[in-house]
Design a protein around this ligand. Structure first.
Ligand code: UDP
Length: 317
């Protein structure tokens, strides 16, 4: 298939683009490089440096589907600059959907998030559970899901939204490297690499066994594989939503311990106040995508995710 991957110079988009190329697809990456890296675009993919609002020209070349990753994705920033999140994530995606309609491209796999659920009433979270995002990032992603449902009903779009929980690990040299790093595992590994003195643990008074937040980590290679299955499952007139996690929760302190084990570094911690908007526990039920699309995580062990991230981060970029 001929596929457009928006945000394919970012962490997850680049791994998906690499896997699509391995499967023999023709891939064009569209990325404005606002947070991505040109050298993360996998060899073999065509690259267009542009915003998603300018996707029309590229799409008119004729594509079979779009995999849409390009987005603003920092929770804290979204609280400070909600307009930026609404215009990029919702406005940008609506422009992309319009351009797709005009070009006759009627399949999309959308990169969504567990932040659409907000503070869950129960775990593991099912796709049918209430969606009450607690920040503009989650709200803007949820609004796109709403738009996709409407477009599927009105225009026969075939859409699949994948709601990621916490993504970790690396795929060969493709790894997480944000200019502003907010994620737990890369921040811990920076300590092991000698780039930071200690890692801050945001809150030790949560109602969890060790007082720190619990998250569900999924390996980026497994997550990427789910996109290939989702692409095949895009059915005109249907919008499907699937959670993606491994179904097991690890506390912040447990993650630090695994990182200590993998790196052999003592990784000092500093207890810091809670980070605003962080739910105590986020664990996915991924039963639906396993049942309907046959997805199965091949690297469900947190140790393997950390080991892959560590190996990739100790190689020169
Ligand atoms: N966290 C932390 N220190 C950090 C980064 C994150 O204690 O330097 C905590 C954060 O408060 C959350 C968990 O680690 O409870 C996972 O955060 P991350 O930003 O990796 O992912 P999120 O769950 O926010 O998507």
């Amino acid at each position: 298939m001929k596929l457009l991957v928006t945000g394919g110079a970012g962490y997850i988009g680049s791994v998906v683009a690499a896997q699509l190329l391995e499967e023999g697809h023709e891939v064009t990456v569209l990325d404005d490089l606002s947070t991505g890296h040109a050298d993360a675009v996998p060899p073999g993919a065509a690259f267009v440096q542009a915003s998603i609002t300018e996707a029309g020209g590229v799409l008119s070349e004729g594509f079979d589907a779009v995999l849409h990753f390009a987005a603003k994705s920092l929770v804290g920033e979204s609280v400070e600059k909600p307009g930026l999140y609404w215009s990029h994530n919702l406005g940008g995606t609506l422009a992309l959907l319009d351009a797709m309609r005009q070009a006759g491209v009627n399949r999309i796999v959308f990169s969504s998030t567990a932040a659409t659920y907000g503070e869950p009433e129960r775990t593991p979270i099912l796709e049918t559970d209430p969606t009450r995002p607690t920040n503009p990032y989650g709200a803007s992603k949820l609004a796109v899901d709403t738009a996709l449902t409407a477009f599927a009903g009105l225009y026969g779009l075939g859409a699949v939204s994948l709601r990621y929980f916490n993504v970790a690990g690396a795929y060969g040299e493709f790894r997480e490297r944000h200019t502003v790093e907010t994620h737990l595992i890369p921040n811990i590994l920076k300590v092991a690499l000698g780039e930071r003195e200690s890692v801050s643990v945001f809150g030790t008074d949560y109602p969890t066994p060790d007082g720190t937040c619990i998250r569900d980590y999924v390996h980026v290679a497994d997550l990427a594989r789910a996109h290939l299955l989702a692409l095949d499952a895009c059915t005109p007139g249907e919008h499907r939503i699937y959670n993606l996690g491994s179904g097991t929760g690890f506390s912040v302190k447990e993650v630090v311990d695994v990182c200590r084990e993998v790196t052999g570094h003592p990784i000092p911690i500093t207890v810091a106040p809670r980070r605003s908007g962080d739910p105590a526990v986020l664990v996915a039920s991924s039963e639906k995508i396993q049942r309907e699309l046959g997805w199965k995580p091949a690297h469900a062990m947190l140790r393997d995710m950390v080991a892959d991230a560590w190996t990739a981060s100790t190689k020169p970029a």
